[in-house]
Ligand binder design. Structure first.
Ligand code: TXA
Ligand code: MG
Length: 366
């Protein structure tokens, strides 16, 4: 158990003294969580193998899942690459600083702890004033996975980091709530056309406007996923979760049914759009609003917080409303599906088969 220090900064005007204190933790090989525009990251000196090993230990992260290296400028990021495809340069110009991670061939200077032994390294420049100030002050590249215990939803607030990692890391730089709410898009630019390994804050539409067609990573049966992180069950709440598709009217009808048949009011929890919630016969005890159905960026910003807030002892089922799959809606749906372990159904099926069929009741295997 170590004492985890909470360092507060105003994101609009980060205090240089506090930033310097945080940067010192990183330079000395310590672990420091900090806000980015996507989610909080758990930072460590990316070129210090012992510091990087400590990140894996603190999170309980499998050693074969590599980390993203954060830098303050493209020059520093590209210094970690052995080769620079043109797509990398164009994407960096268009989206950095921002929620885009580029997978490039790794320079031998990057320790194998950081790349998990892969010949490639993932790099990005975060668009958050606190993260940028910290990277500037640290003067070293910073490896940072999301600052959650492995398998838990990513943190969008400093409180979430403390929930998971208090006593396991040296400090948290609290810069308030993050903006995008889901992680960066990860794109492999070592191949042509580039492959999106993880949908995220930059949409496929935005990528294609800059470099033309990209592919999405869909591993064939038996084939290893190209991004090691994709094979782990992620963003998992303790309760069982299900994604429900349909119009707000259809989903509300199904939920009214579920609440009448079987689900005691506290056994099920709901993450719903405002439109659907407004159509419920009565307000469930555990309801988290994701915002308007037409505003997927708001739902993305709120999803992880919602999962943490409704995932309470006694809750057996979390029902999440599916959003349209365009723009950031793709990343949103990717994260919802992972949280649900792939369980998904139409509102009609939920209405017909009810709480137990959706996975409530806790007995059925995934
Ligand atoms: O928004 C984000 O990307 C946040 C913030 C903190 O920057 N970070 C984040 O890191 O989400 P993490 O570790 O939770 O997810 C990194 C993902 C994993 O799926 C990992 O497998 C993949 O990036 N990745 C890292 N290096 C890779 C590489 N060399 N090749 C393929 N995938 C890689
Ligand atoms: Mg993560």
């Amino acid at each position: 158990m170590i004492r985890t220090r909470l360092l507060r900064v105003d994101p609009a005007c980060p205090d240089p003294g506090v930033i310097e204190e945080a940067a010192m933790v990183l330079r000395r090989g310590g672990l420091l969580a900090f806000p980015t525009e996507t989610v909080y990251g758990l930072g460590a000196h990316a070129l210090d193998p012992a510091a990087v090993r400590a990140v894996f230990a603190a999170k309980g992260r499998p050693a074969d899942n590599p980390l993203i290296v954060h830098t303050r400028c493209p020059e520093e990021a590209f210094a970690l690459a052995r080769a620079l495809p043109e797509a990398a340069v164009r994407l960096a110009e268009a989206f950095w600083p921002g929620p885009l991670t580029l997978v490039v061939e790794a320079d031998p200077a990057v320790p194998r702890e950081t790349t998990a032994g892969l010949p490639t390294v993932a790099v990005r420049i975060p668009a958050h004033p606190v993260a940028l100030a910290l990277l500037e002050a640290a003067g070293v590249p910073v490896a940072a996975p999301s600052a959650n215990l492995s398998g838990r939803p990513s943190p969008t607030r400093a409180e979430h980091v403390l929930e998971d990692l208090e006593g396991r890391i040296d400090g948290v730089l609290d810069g308030g709530e993050t903006g995008v709410g889901v992680e960066s898009t990860v794109i492999d630019v070592t191949v042509t056309p580039p492959v999106v390994l993880r949908p995220g804050g930059v949409s496929r539409e935005e990528l294609e406007a800059v470099i033309g067609p990209v592919r999405e990573a869909v591993p064939a049966a038996g084939e290893a996923p190209r991004s090691p992180g994709l094979k782990y069950r992620h963003y998992a709440p303790r309760a069982r979760a299900v994604v429900v598709r349909g119009s707000p009217g259809e989903i509300a009808r199904a939920i009214n049914q579920v609440l009448e048949t079987g689900a005691g009011p506290s056994r099920a929890a709901f993450l719903l759009s405002d439109e659907t919630a407004a159509r419920l016969a009565r307000r469930p005890e555990r309801l988290f609003l994701l915002g308007g159905r037409e505003r997927p960026e708001e739902a993305a910003r709120r999803l992880y917080r919602g999962l943490r807030e409704v995932d309470l002892p006694g809750v057996e089922l979390i029902v999440m409303e599916a959003y349209p799959e365009a723009g950031i809606g793709r990343a949103l749906m990717d994260r919802m599906r992972r949280a649900a372990g792939g369980r998904e159904m139409d509102a009609g099926a939920l209405a017909q088969r009810g709480f137990e069929a959706a996975g409530g009741g806790g007995e059925t295997a995934p």
